[in-house]
Design a protein around this ligand. Structure first.
Ligand SMILES: *Cc1c(COP(=O)(O)O)cnc(C)c1O
Length: 457
């Protein structure tokens, strides 16, 4: 039987274990050892038990077998993908919000969620300099946010051609062209077919040495067209020249969507805001709060200037659903029932304030620049211009670089992944966590140089 007293002890135990886990992260291998993964696999074997287990034992099991098998990405030395940690205030908010267990699909299902949503979205619009009447919503991640922007775009460009895609589908529709940079994020290649627009209708615009779309190579725009530009190339961190691209695309009648999964956060920093020049003129934007805002997974954010286009693509009606007196999340995202991501986002923004957020973004960028300089001084080849939080390096031949990455990953002091950058094997370092200190950066530099030395020995 579950009683109030026992659930209090249980939640206190969960909080204590969480705190202990975070405290100990510095001493934990950054990637779990094989033995810990195998221990977990063995412990998880067997079928669904017939009988109930005591809650305290369940928590004990999770901590004993689960914790050692986790990736220490919440700590200060995880530089894989673009990951980010989770700010303490947002972790705590997430706990409380889990207890609230609100279904955030509409105002009627949770007024609290709807109000936190509205405030968090208003603050974020302000931060990114986006139009006050654009529709903003919380989704799973930048993939889902890109999907929302592209679905609204598909509706709008076809509506202008006299075609109602939601009613008529794409059979017999005017052809839609999607222009992307040659280094667009892989999610766009996945989403375009999901929207019924085959990859054969993708036009790849050439990029420069940093992966920025070349405005002088943007093809003439004819017919319904969506242009996808990037704020933050996933390897180099470079920004497409929006100031030139957006007016050119708009002159041809195209819809411009921005994939700014991590780059959009540059707007928070006075020193880096110039990178965002021209992006606010676009029609839709996608970003991730689980990346650089450092909230717990998962949390993407979508903004669409023409809220009606988004609603046309996403709104729903059913006899049992309340009818639109409020901004209902269900009408502007693909999701129905959902958790209230804005509780964590609001807490992160409130805990940092404008100034704290700017400091975090600047600190990570400065850490990336410092590491690039240190590695370069030690003879490591830095392949990108380090203008944001991304560093791309190589250690000689492709084989040598792969060996260094493996060596580094096996040392488990920090974690960096591989990539291919302009035809070469490279290693990516993405500095995106509030938890990363200068001590972490020094340890990381030493670990990378040790791996490079060891692999040459
Ligand atoms: C991470 C990323 C995505 C995908 O975001 P998810 O949150 O993983 O869905 C898309 N575009 C870029 C540039 C990214 O960095």
């Amino acid at each position: 039987m579950h009683t109030k007293g026992s659930s209090c002890a249980l939640l206190a135990d969960a909080a204590r274990r969480s705190a202990d886990y975070l405290e100990g992260l510095d001493r934990q291998p950054i990637f779990p050892r094989d033995a810990d993964i195998e221990r977990l696999r063995a412990a998880l074997g067997g079928g669904l038990p017939r009988d109930s287990a005591p809650d305290a034992e369940i928590l004990q099991f999770l901590d004993e077998y689960g914790s050692p098998a986790t990736v220490a990405s919440a700590g200060g030395r995880y530089f894989g993908f673009v990951t980010g940690g989770a700010l303490p205030a947002s972790v705590a908010a997430h706990f409380l919000a889990t207890a609230w267990d609100q279904n955030a699909f509409s105002f009627t299902s949770s007024p609290a969620a709807a109000l936190f949503d509205e405030t968090a979205i208003r603050w974020l619009r302000e931060l990114f300099g986006l139009p006050a009447d654009s529709a903003g919503s919380f989704v799973v991640g930048a993939s889902a946010a890109n999907f929302a922007g592209l679905a609204a775009a598909r509706h709008a460009v076809l509506a202008r051609a006299g075609w109602n895609v939601e009613e008529q589908g794409l059979r017999g529709a005017p052809e839609v062209t999607v222009m992307i940079g040659a280094e667009a994020h892989a999610t766009i290649n996945k989403l375009v077919p999901l929207l019924g627009i085959g990859r054969a209708h993708l036009v790849r615009v050439p990029v420069d040495g940093q992966g920025r779309m070349r405005a002088d190579r943007l093809p003439a725009i004819r017919g319904p067209t969506i242009l996808v530009i990037q704020a933050g190339n996933v390897n180099s961190g470079a920004f497409d020249p929006a100031q030139e691209l957006v007016p050119q695309a708009h002159a041809g009648g195209a819809w411009v969507h921005v994939d700014g999964a991590f780059g959009l956060w540059a707007a928070a920093s006075e020193r880096r805001r110039h990178l965002m020049n021209g992006f606010a003129g676009a029609d839709s934007w996608a970003t991730d709060a689980h990346k650089w805002l450092n909230v717990p997974y998962d949390c993407g954010i979508s903004f669409v200037r023409d809220a009606d286009a988004l609603r046309a693509a996403m709104s729903i009606s059913a006899d049992y659903l309340p009818l639109g007196q409020h901004r209902d999340a269900i009408d502007i995202t693909i999701d129905g029932s959902r958790r209230a991501r804005s509780f964590d986002v609001w807490a992160a923004l409130r805990s940092l304030g404008r100034r704290g957020l700017a400091e975090m973004i600047d600190r990570n960028c400065d850490q990336a620049a410092w590491l690039a300089e240190e590695l370069s001084a030690a003879g490591v080849e830095v392949l990108n211009e380090v203008g944001l939080n991304q560093v791309v390096v190589a250690f000689g031949s492709d084989e040598q670089t792969l060996r260094v990455i493996l060596e580094l990953q096996e040392a488990r002091t920090c974690w960096c992944g591989g990539t291919r950058w302009h035809g070469r094997q490279a290693m990516r370092i993405s500095v995106s966590s509030w938890a990363t200190t200068q001590v972490d950066m020094t340890i990381t530099r030493n670990a990378i140089l040790a791996a490079a030395g060891a692999s040459h020995a």
